[in-house]
Design a protein around this ligand. Structure first.
Ligand code: ADP
Length: 640
């Protein structure tokens, strides 16, 4: 029979696996057993609604058998099995699993240290780390025929018809001969194999049967001098369940270490990093459930793409009913990974109906509270960890508020963090408000492209001069977010670009108004000279050392204008949003004196000065010049 070739990327991984001097080869067994367990999960789920399966919960099992002479290890299950087409599809290509994608992205193949294999599920192929040949005999549920898939590694595989009495799968691994570097024979040792099952597969839900050798002290036919029967130790073999089967989330808290939970997380959810937090829940009451939840420390590569599948694994009475139950998590916490098990869920209803199940809703509400509480705990007790988490998922929290038009505000606002101009680090809104001097009216913020640009913004000067802190915001959506929040702890937000910052005393205001009155004609002239680019020109009562700044009046801010301008036309529909610009001049600055002088003596020059000042204000606001050539010419004109 013609050999079929593995798909290119499968071949690469196979090569990588087989040729690597890899020290954790033993994980192959975990992978093969985990596939067997998944296959049983599937058939067990079918059996809930399909009498034809004819198996009870207690009938499902996994068998691990060793044949020392033939040098084989066989893992059998009575799960859902595979058709020839399934084999082609599933064993001929590397599953589209996230783990392989990760490896590709990180180009693991080129690295010496490929320990990463141990941290990920690499699945079926890991068998080739220890086996020179792998044979899969499988009969799919509902099918009359069995098939045999066979491969000796990277050179390809064959599939042909075969025999198997019941539904399910046997994976037969022919163990490699020992080499100088590796002693493969140890896997044929019952005790070693038993230890590997215990180490990696102890909480597999289905019983794993193995032959175990025991010794007993038994009487022999020989009689001693005293007339009693002689006793001796004799070995015997029993086929027994070797895994404790209690899933990690079902075991009492005191029995499961944090480390075990973390290992479970890494193996189950394919993450190389420890999670930022582990949440264990054991709830009894209207609805009973157990949950083991993880807050990842980093966002997976595909997190902010549509490929990311959110949701928790949902079990009921040891049967996995859903791999990604998204109804269990609110959108703003969709980064959370984990497992939920409840005996109260009705197994017989469809997955679609389950999403609307009342019990499930209660669990979801409860889980949301637990996650929030854990995040708040990190904010208060482990700021460093929280900051790391926030840099990965802060944007998700912000969208959580935006997407619900502020409905989740109370739930999420305490989790937000912004860079503090005064403290030069990220702080929460609570930190900000607590540090506010009594007379400070507003929570000041500045929104812009980068911290560097914000530090340079003339508008921050007057606020900082009063010793008030400013929150620097650099995400596109921040400006909208603040509008949605409006207030935090009874304090309103105020953009440093706002017309009225509420900083000046009555006296200062009066003085600015008087100066404005005196210079009324000049200010109107500047507005005229700028030909409709600004709505108002006024004397600033807030600028300290800078000559000019651009602020806005009305509902649209400069940040919103910039945001809309950055949208692709397909989204914005070519529509632009313009802020009503206010050009503020610093009457104490020498530039203003020059402007006044030019107004009195040379109107044309004065108009040029107005344009230069406006250009400066645009640059400082990070908006870019309307006409770079004109601006350059104007500035050069000053040198004549
Ligand atoms: P993964 O388990 O991550 O999908 P694997 O390489 O381990 O990747 O397995 C590939 C696929 O082969 C599985 O998803 C499953 O569909 C199928 N498979 C593997 N082992 C079995 C088995 N014992 N019974 C039924 N199907 C199996």
């Amino acid at each position: 029979m013609a050999k079929k070739q593995f798909k290119a990327e499968s071949k690469r991984l196979l090569d990588l696996m087989v040729n690597s001097i890899y020290t954790h080869r033993e994980i192959f067994l975990r992978e093969i057993i985990s596939n067997a367990s998944d296959a049983i999960d599937k058939l067990c789920y079918i059996s809930l609604t399909d009498d034809k399966v004819g198996l009870n919960r207690d009938d499902f099992r996994i068998d691990v058998k060793v044949d020392k002479d033939a040098r084989t290890i066989t893992v059998s299950d009575n799960g859902v099995g595979m058709t020839a087409a399934d084999m082609e599809q599933n064993l001929g290509v590397i599953a589209k699993s996230g783990s392989f994608q990760f490896k590709k992205d990180n180009d693991v193949a080129s690295q010496e240290n490929i320990d990463i294999i141990g941290q990920f599920g690499v699945g079926f192929y890991s068998a080739f780390m220890v086996a020179s040949k792998v044979t899969v005999i499988s009969k799919a549920y509902g099918s009359e025929e069995a098939n045999v898939w066979e491969s000796a590694g990277a050179d390809g595989y064959t599939i042909k018809a075969g025999e198997r009495s019941t539904w399910g799968t046997d994976i037969i691994m022919e163990i490699k001969e020992d080499t100088d570097e590796a002693e493969y024979s140890e896997y044929l040792d019952e005790n070693v194999l038993n230890g590997i099952v215990k180490k990696y597969s102890d909480y597999v839900r289905w019983p794993i049967y193995m032959d175990v050798t025991r010794s007993e002290y038994v009487e022999t036919d020989e009689v001693t001098e005293t007339g009693a029967k002689k006793k001796e130790w004799r070995d015997y073999t029993v086929n027994e369940i070797v895994n404790s089967r209690i899933p990690i989330w079902q075991r009492p808290r005191s029995e499961v270490s944090e480390e075990e939970c973390i290992n479970f997380y890494k193996e189950t959810f394919y993450d190389v990093d420890d999670p930022a937090a582990v949440i264990r829940v054991s709830a009894e009451g209207t609805v009973s459930y157990k949950a083991l939840l993880f807050i990842p420390a980093k966002a997976p590569n595909d997190y902010y793409s549509k490929d990311f599948q959110a949701g928790l694994q949902l079990y009921s009475s040891s049967v996995m009913i859903m791999d990604h139950c998204d109804a269990l998590l609110p959108d703003h916490f969709r980064f959370v990974r984990g497992v939920v098990e409840s005996p109260d869920l009705s197994l017989n209803i469809s997955r679609e109906l389950l999403q609307h199940d009342r019990q499930l809703k209660i669990i979801a509400t409860n889980i949301e509270k637990k996650i929030k509480a854990e995040l708040i705990r990190l904010v208060e007790k482990d700021r460093e960890k929280y900051e790391k988490f926030y840099s990965a998922f802060g944007l998700q929290l912000k969208y959580g508020i935006l997407n619900t038009y502020g409905a989740n505000k109370d739930q999420l606002q305490d989790l937000l963090m912004y860079y503090s101009a005064a403290k030069e680090k990220f702080i929460t809104l609570k930190d900000y408000v607590e540090a506010m001097p009594e007379e400070q009216k507003y929570i000041y913020f500045a929104a812009g492209e980068s911290l560097a640009a914000l530090r340079d913004l003339p508008q921050i000067e007057p606020v900082r001069a009063k010793n008030y802190d400013i929150l620097f915001m650099t995400d596109d959506i921040d400006d909208f977010l603040v509008r949605m929040l409006q207030v935090y702890n009874e304090k309103s937000f105020c953009s440093v670009s706002a017309d009225d910052l509420g900083l000046e005393t009555e006296d200062e205001k009066k003085k600015a108004e008087d100066t404005e009155e005196i210079n009324r004609d000049l200010l109107d002239f500047v507005k005229e000279a700028l030909e409709g680019k600004i709505a108002v020109c006024k004397i600033s009562h807030k600028l300290v050392s800078r000559p000019v700044c651009l602020t806005t009046q009305g509902a649209v801010s400069l940040e919103m204008e910039r945001y809309f301008a950055s949208l692709p036309e397909a989204i914005s529909g070519g529509q632009t949003v313009k802020a009503e610009r206010v050009l503020e001049l610093n009457s104490n600055h020498s530039a203003f004196a020059a402007l006044q002088k030019a107004y009195a003596t040379d109107k044309e020059k004065c108009a040029k000065y107005a344009k230069i000042l406006y250009g400066q204000s645009l640059l400082a606001a990070g908006l870019g010049l309307d006409d770079t050539a004109e601006f350059t010419e104007l500035v050069c004109g000053l040198m004549d």
